[in-house]
Design a protein around this ligand. Structure first.
Ligand SMILES: Nc1nc2c(ncn2[C@@H]2O[C@H](COP(=O)(O)OP(=O)(O)OP(=O)(O)O)[C@@H](O)[C@H]2O)c(=O)[nH]1
Length: 388
């Protein structure tokens, strides 16, 4: 038997191990009772394991799997009802663009599920969110790259930049997002940051987002400008927020993807563990509730996530900040601010997971975490995320 170890299961989420590449990923699967018990036992030992975890158990989000080492073997295909189809297309799509242009909104619309956080503050997407958009005929693996950053203030920013580059190198095509409200400018800078000095550029689509905010005449003029002064293969105006033009974007991407079997089972929407979404939701709420530099100084870690068949899931989260003054702000008078944050986050997490949870949020000070390369890697900024 090949790459996947099959689990027989009945409820909730499970893990599948790719024994050949030692990759762990989550998919909608279920556990037998014995597995639930075992998972609970493992959970109790989790804290210890985190410290000794080796490189092999990290998910590499930028790695494009080799087709020959297909993730799905014949057994899986059969189980998922996927019959070999020579017209099936699949591939990797890098979404690049300046901060706040709507990359997360576009990805979420394409996948039809809220998977990356959307706020009106720039640079909130730190990790690359890998969303998977599937239909019986295709599978698009979307890289929602972090916002391209101009000022390199922290080591964190440099590591984010590297992630952006890796994303484009692996892509079968690139979607460059620009804000339709802004005066057209050369996209060379964004491209250079995104693609680096690639010899052979993948097919490129320029998506002019937020078209709902400008007049039709202006759209036409800007569209013409981009067609004339950039070397992208096509320009499509869309309104990601209102879902206009999304199908056209999908159609263009589809035409650029190579023929081939799916990389992942069709029921997967993302390669990230659920706990990653939990921390992203908490981060989103921090951005919504606090001002100035506070949200940018926060790192959210999920310390423990226990699934309990007979009770609410128990989730323990820590928010790491640079300074004590930030901690005081986060907690607020008599802990009121933190309570508001935790409630808002819990409601959204419950909505996302479709079940009730118990959420515990704690604030910790770790001076200068944003300059500490070791800590940053540990938090997953090296283009990898810890699989737990
Ligand atoms: N009017 C309008 N607003 C939009 C549209 N698409 C996105 N927005 C808004 O623009 C803001 C930024 O959207 P995001 O999707 O977070 O942008 P992003 O490019 O992922 O941002 P970073 O994480 O900073 O890279 C949010 O307030 C969105 O609601 C659109 O089509 N029309």
């Amino acid at each position: 038997k090949s790459h996947l170890q099959a689990h027989n299961s009945t409820t909730s989420y499970g893990r599948t191990e790719l024994s050949s590449s030692k990759k762990l990923w989550i998919r909608q699967r279920s556990f037998s009772e014995m597995e639930v018990e075992q998972a609970q036992l493992e959970d109790d030992e989790e804290q210890v394991e985190i410290d000794i975890v080796d490189e092999a158990s990290l998910l590499s989000l930028s790695m494009k799997p080799d087709r020959n080492m297909a993730l799905l073997d014949d057994y899986e295909m059969e189980e998922l009802g996927h019959t070999p189809n020579t017209h099936h297309r699949s591939g990797y799509v890098a979404v690049v663009g300046m901060p706040n242009v709507g990359k997360s909104t576009l990805s979420n619309q394409m996948i039809g599920q809220k998977i990356s956080i959307v706020t009106d503050k720039p640079q909130t997407t730190r990790h690359r969110i890998l969303g998977i958009c599937s239909s019986p005929e295709y599978q698009m693996i979307l890289y929602d790259t972090p916002g391209v950053i101009e000022k390199k203030m922290h080591r964190l920013d440099t590591m984010m930049m590297k992630n952006v580059r890796d994303a484009a190198i692996n892509a079968d095509c690139v979607v460059i997002l620009v804000d339709a409200c802004k005066t057209p400018t050369n996209i060379e800078e964004v491209l250079k940051e995104g693609l680096g000095d690639l010899e052979k550029k993948p097919p490129m689509l320029l998506v002019m987002n937020k078209k709902d905010l400008i007049k039709p005449g202006e759209i036409a003029k800007k569209l013409e400008w981009y067609e004339k002064f950039t070397d992208v293969d096509e320009v499509i105006p869309v309104s990601a927020k209102y879902g206009h033009g999304i199908e056209d974007v999908k159609e263009w991407i589809l035409s650029k993807l190579p023929f081939g079997p799916p990389y992942y089972p069709k029921d997967i929407v993302s390669e990230h563990p659920e706990r990653f979404f939990v921390s992203e939701i908490v981060r989103e709420k921090i951005f919504m509730q606090y001002r100035n530099e506070v949200p940018y100084a926060c790192q959210v870690n999920v310390l423990s996530y226990k699934t309990r068949p007979a009770a609410k899931d128990f989730i323990q989260v820590e928010v790491v900040v640079d300074k004590n003054s930030q901690k005081i702000i986060l907690i607020g008078k008599e802990g009121k601010a933190l309570k508001t944050l935790a409630t808002a986050a819990r409601l959204d997490i419950e909505d996302f997971l479709q079940k009730k949870v118990f959420l515990e949020v704690e604030v910790k000070v770790k001076e200068n975490w944003r300059q500490d390369e070791g800590l940053l890697k540990y938090y997953g900024y090296g283009g990898q995320i810890r699989a737990m």
